[in-house]
Design a protein around this ligand. Structure first.
Ligand SMILES: Nc1ncnc2c1ncn2[C@@H]1O[C@H](COP(=O)(O)OP(=O)(O)OP(=O)(O)O)[C@@H](O)[C@H]1O
Ligand SMILES: [Mg+2]
Length: 283
């Protein structure tokens, strides 16, 4: 089977403010000779924070992988690097056989929209166009026939129960409706890879399972590779592989193998409940 994503020794560092120098950058005011106010941006001291530390991960074509881990462990950082939205400080990544690190920004953005559907943790819908046009956007960029586009939008909106929001602006929708619209936008162009950062974080359990049913169907019928971050063991049980990360490192990789979804769920609960048990020691 082909590796659709292959990441080796990924290190991602961020500049963070040094303790004691309160702000990363601060503003210094002084009066100038001509009586005006001088405003100067003073660079604060920063140090390097390793959000990902030598992470290697392969995603096979048609695999359904979930990433779990405590808040701040590096999940969003990892998947935004794997989806080429962000780049690592050090490391190599191939997506669909192409070395994405060496691609120019222009080539990369084309590659991204031809290969990857990304569901952002914060939705990233365009504020001043309707939900209908937000969902249609990836196809409008591909010059697909408009009638065909809006037919597909309606069909997907029906499945995700957001037909009533299609003519609204994102600001007129609830969090869960925006999240489903963001999912529809990622699904509409039937990409080879779907990458989702907590796509059910704002959904009730019925809508979560409706979305997961669509992802499962795409994965099983069309061989779409799915990579998804979630905090929910029930949602993670839809996957075939679980990657648990902590402090920027992969701690556990769990393969579902022949286990039923229910059996896999209990294995995942085992891992995540250790988290909760540790919390008891701190109470
Ligand atoms: N742009 C940034 N600048 C500095 N530090 C950052 C930046 N983005 C993320 N971090 C830090 O990197 C670490 C990993 O962040 P990340 O967003 O990947 O966590 P996460 O596992 O997705 O958490 P959550 O479950 O809360 O979404 C955190 O400690 C975070 O504070
Ligand atoms: Mg996150």
């Amino acid at each position: 089977m082909k590796k659709i994503i292959d990441a080796k020794n990924i290190i991602k560092t961020y500049d963070i403010a040094v303790r004691g120098s309160k702000f990363k950058n601060s503003i210094k005011y002084s009066s100038a000779d001509n009586g005006m106010l001088n405003i100067e941006v003073v660079k604060g001291e920063t140090s390097k924070f390793k959000a990902l530390d030598k992470v290697s991960l392969s995603i096979m074509e048609g695999e359904f992988t979930c990433v779990m881990g405590p808040s701040g462990s590096g999940k969003s950082t990892l998947i935004s690097i794997l989806s080429t939205i962000d780049s690592p400080t050090i490391g190599k990544i191939k997506v669909n056989g192409e070395n994405v690190i060496e691609m120019s920004e222009r080539k990369l953005s084309r590659f991204r929209y031809e290969n990857i559907g990304y569901i952002f943790q914060e939705f990233n819908l365009l504020d001043n166009i309707t939900i209908r046009d937000n969902i249609a956007l990836p196809l409008l960029l591909k010059n697909v026939n408009k009638k065909e586009i809006y037919k597909r939008v309606e069909a997907l909106a029906e499945k995700l129960d957001i037909v009533g929001t299609l003519d609204k602006l994102p600001s007129e929708c609830s969090g869960g409706q925006k999240q489903r619209a963001a999912s529809a936008r990622a699904l509409i162009s039937e990409p080879k890879i779907i990458i989702a950062d907590e796509p059910t974080g704002n959904l009730d359990s019925k809508n979560s399972h409706e979305l997961l049913k669509i992802l499962k169907e795409r994965n099983e019928k069309q061989g779409t590779s799915v990579l998804m971050v979630t905090h929910d063991a029930m949602i993670a049980s839809y996957s075939k592989k679980l990657v648990f990360i902590r402090d920027g490192k992969i701690e556990t990789e769990l393969i579902r193998g022949d286990l039923s979804q229910k059996e896999f769920f209990y294995k995942i609960v085992d891992i995540t409940s250790k988290e909760s048990q540790n919390l008891f020691n701190e109470i």
